[in-house]
Design a protein around this ligand. Structure first.
Ligand SMILES: *[C@@H]1O[C@H](CO)[C@@H](O)[C@H](O)[C@H]1NC(C)=O
Ligand SMILES: *[C@@H]1O[C@H](CO)[C@@H](O)[C@H](O)[C@H]1NC(C)=O
Ligand SMILES: *[C@@H]1O[C@H](CO)[C@@H](O)[C@H](O)[C@H]1NC(C)=O
Length: 262
């Protein structure tokens, strides 16, 4: 234990206040510990994220690891026993096979905007009555939205990725207008004369017209944009027309040189 303390320059003192709340006061000795460095990670909403962490080889066969934010418990593992915080149910893990090799990285699935923040991993050491926690790693997780630009031909399909089951609503703003209209809502019956269909967590708008051009936003339950897609609609160009256009533009360029093309 003494060795570990020296190694990490950290000590912990547990204070039990009158209110029965348990506070952990962290005493960090003067001196720059490399472990106080915050690692920054970035993930797009709905995707998995890995919060990096590694511990030296002094792990016993059943390392006890904790991940937490300032407010919540995120994940805890001791051998096969594990605990997931309420907000992280079925989404958080420190795989046991990686942990025994000193890799204490936290695997988060289906990342949410509310997951943004500082995460800290601790190694819990000591006997059952006196336990100490050693800070291993601080990780700042930033969660950002998806942005995309699409160009679709008239009559074709516009495919909007909902990205995650957090998607609750899709709203649309026509290029020419300022109003937003609700295009799709989770659990609501889709009734757009068959132009709209949901397939594999994607929304498919068929038979696109010029009026489909504009901005599409996929919103979560808080009304935050998980994704923004700017769509333009182009007229299908027939091969002949393409040739004509090319000749015309060639003519335009050549005119200045007074060259006549027949
Ligand atoms: C931990 O394991 C993950 C997944 O295999 C890997 O991406 C990561 O680099 C590992 N971290 C360390 C510190 O070895
Ligand atoms: C597509 O929309 C146009 C104009 O509204 C309509 O004339 C045409 O029949 C539609 N095509 C299909 C396949 O639904
Ligand atoms: C926007 O307005 C112009 C002119 O009124 C019109 O030609 C165009 O089709 C409109 N675009 C959309 C996407 O409605």
């Amino acid at each position: 234990m003494t060795k570990i303390r020296q190694l990490y320059f950290l000590a912990f003192l547990r204070l039990i206040l009158k209110s029965n709340n348990v506070y952990l006061i962290k005493l960090v000795s003067i001196g720059s510990s490399p472990l106080s460095v915050v690692v920054h990670t970035l993930s797009r909403v709905g995707l998995p994220a890995v919060l990096p962490c590694s511990v030296a080889s002094h792990l016993d066969h059943r390392p006890h690891i904790q991940w937490q934010t300032i407010r919540d418990s995120v994940f805890e593992r001791m051998g096969q026993e594990q605990f997931q915080g309420e907000a992280y149910r079925d989404r958080a893990d420190v795989p046991e096979e990686l942990l025994v090799r000193g890799n204490c990285s936290l695997f988060l699935q289906d990342v949410r905007f509310s997951d943004t923040g500082i995460y800290e991993s601790y190694l819990v050491v000591g006997e059952s009555s006196i336990k100490n926690r050693i800070l291993i790693q601080s990780v700042h997780l930033a969660v950002i939205d998806h942005k995309d630009i699409k160009s679709v031909q008239t009559g074709a399909e516009l495919i909007l990725d909902l990205h995650t089951h957090q998607a609750e609503q899709v709203i649309f703003q026509n290029s020419n207008e300022t109003d937003w209209t609700v295009l799709w809502e989770k659990d609501a019956v889709i009734n757009k004369k068959g132009y709209l269909e949901k397939r594999d967590n994607k929304l498919i708008l068929s038979n696109v017209t010029a009026r489909s051009a504009g901005t599409y936003k996929v919103l979560d339950s808080e009304g935050l944009a998980l994704s923004t897609v700017k769509a333009t609609v182009t007229e299908p160009v027939l091969p002949k027309e393409t040739e004509t256009l090319q000749i015309q533009s060639a003519l335009g360029k050549l005119k200045t040189n007074s060259v006549i093309v027949t």
